[in-house]
Each structure stands twice: as structure tokens, then as C-alpha cells.
Ligand binder design. Structure first.
Ligand code: GLP
Length: 257
């Protein structure tokens, strides 16, 4: 079962992530972090930055990227990851990969990304948000649980959700490159972050709904080590919320996320 941690705020949730990253880096200064974009992981990055860790040897792999934005576009996930993660955390830019950023042909970018992930030894901690359609990464409903990094077509809902970052909805790219659900499931520890009532339905479907490609987040139920960090609003659709609180309050001393 996923460990569901219900926190007071996104800030408190960020501290849970930071604790896990501190423990990882103490063991492996050159660990591999799976980096998510979006609002949900921001409090985690801020909390990690406050710990003043030496992350200069840490390698990073982004979950996804838009296809078709010019290099250096401020809303490309390469730019977002540089701004929100690499610079504030003191990571080394050359050690951070984003799908499609190696200059090779787009058609085979997914295969090359998978090869680089394997060569790096896989992801130690993968941060995840969840979209309004229930997507993780950009794996929209219908994505195979075995899928690997590939090009996907964004749903109209996701393009509308992300239009706030662009001058007009038409500017939101139609396509993306995203790690697959199968790629995500290979990471050793998943931390799924969701805050606010708009995430309640997607979280309930992901954590307590049936395993279904129609709810891509439900793939996390197949993973042996998942920490779901939610605030009360995002947890409001969870039937077993009382049990999750009780299990967290009574965790054993060695049980850390
Ligand atoms: C985008 C990203 C996802 C992210 C989702 C939710 O679609 N590709 O990785 O989880 O947005 O974003 P937010 O956290 O801002 O709600």
C-alpha cells in the first residue's frame, strides 16, 4: 500500500520530501532525482533548498517536456527545471537531462532517454504531481502501465489547464515527450504530491480506485514504495483517510518516508 501522509499545508508536505532527499544524499551524494514540474513540487524544492545540501554531484532526470517550443522558451520544462530546481538547489546543469534535450532526432528521443536513465542506474526518488485528467508526467488517460518514454498528444483539458503559463491557449503545444508509466514505476521511491480540492478526485482515483489506464495515477498502486503527500483538501475524497492518519501517527521509529 502506498503510505499516505496527510499534512496541514504544501509547505509541510515539502518538508517530508526534503527529509527523504536528505537521507538519500547522506547515503549517495551522486543520487539520481526524478524531477517534476508544475506547482505541486514547488514547496518540496523550496524545502530542499533550505537544507543547504551539496547537490552538485546529484543527477536529475525530468519527467516530461513539451514538443515544439523553441530552445530557451521560458515555459519549456528545461527552462522551468533550470529556474525552479537546478539553480536554487545548486545542481550541476550538465548532470540534468530533460527528454529531447540531446539534439538527436525527435522520433527516437524516447529510446535515448530510456538508455540514459538505465546508464545512470535508475531514479532513486521520483517526484510526481497529478494533473486534472489524472495524468502523472504527461501520461494521459489510456496510457499503458508498461509505457516507456515517448511522444504523447496532450488532451484538450491538459492544454487548457496549462494555458495559464502561455499568452494564449493556442500556444500550448499539442505534443509532449514524457516518461512512461513503466518508466516511472522503475524508480525506487515515488513521492506523489497533491494539494488543494481540485486534486481530490484524481487522488482518490489514483490511490483507492481500480487499477485502470483511464486513471494513469493508479499505476502507483503497483509500486512497492510510494509516499503520497496530500493536504486535507486533496485527501477529501479518500475513504480510508482515518486509517492513513492512524498509520502515520503510529509509525515505527525506522519507518521514514
Ligand atoms: C503538468 C505536468 C505534470 C504535473 C501537472 C500538474 O501537466 N506535466 O507533471 O503533475 O502539470 O501540475 P500542478 O502541480 O501545477 O497542478
Amino acid at each position: 500500500m502506498a503510505e499516505v501522509v496527510i499534512v496541514e499545508s504544501a509547505e509541510a508536505g515539502g518538508e517530508i520530501t526534503a527529509d527523504a532527499v536528505v537521507a538519500l544524499i547522506a547515503k549517495r551524494p551522486d543520487a539520481v532525482l526524478g524531477l517534476a514540474t508544475g506547482t505541486s513540487p514547488l514547496s518540496s524544492y523550496e524545502a530542499i533548498a533550505r537544507r543547504s545540501l551539496d547537490l552538485s554531484r546529484v543527477r536529475g532526470f525530468a519527467l516530461d517536456e513539451y514538443v515544439g517550443l523553441p530552445v530557451g522558451h521560458p515555459e519549456s520544462y528545461r527552462s522551468v527545471i533550470t529556474r525552479d530546481v537546478v539553480e536554487p538547489l545548486g545542481m550541476t546543469p550538465a548532470l540534468v537531462r530533460v527528454p529531447g534535450d540531446d539534439g538527436g532526432p525527435l522520433e527516437t528521443a524516447g529510446e535515448r532517454y530510456e538508455a540514459d536513465l538505465v546508464a545512470a542506474g535508475g531514479v532513486d526518488i521520483q517526484l510526481l504531481g497529478i494533473g486534472g485528467t489524472g495524468h502523472i508526467g504527461f501520461n494521459e488517460p489510456g496510457s499503458s502501465f508498461g509505457s516507456l518514454t515517448r511522444i504523447k498528444t496532450l488532451t484538450a483539458r491538459t492544454r487548457a489547464d496549462n494555458a495559464r503559463f502561455f499568452a494564449s491557449p493556442d500556444e500550448v503545444p499539442m505534443h509532449c515527450l514524457t516518461q512512461g508509466l513503466g518508466t516511472i514505476l522503475r524508480a525506487r521511491h515515488l513521492i506523489l504530491l497533491a494539494f488543494g480540492a481540485s486534486k481530490a478526485a484524481a487522488i482518490a482515483a489514483a490511490i483507492e480506485g481500480p487499477l485502470s489506464a483511464s486513471a494513469p495515477g493508479s499505476a502507483v498502486q503497483l509500486h512497492p514504495h510510494v509516499t503520497v503527500v496530500v493536504d486535507e483538501a486533496a485527501a477529501s475524497g479518500l475513504k480510508n483517510a482515518d486509517y492513513y492518519r492512524y498509520a502515520w501517527d503510529n509509525r515505527l521509529p525506522w519507518e521514514t518516508p
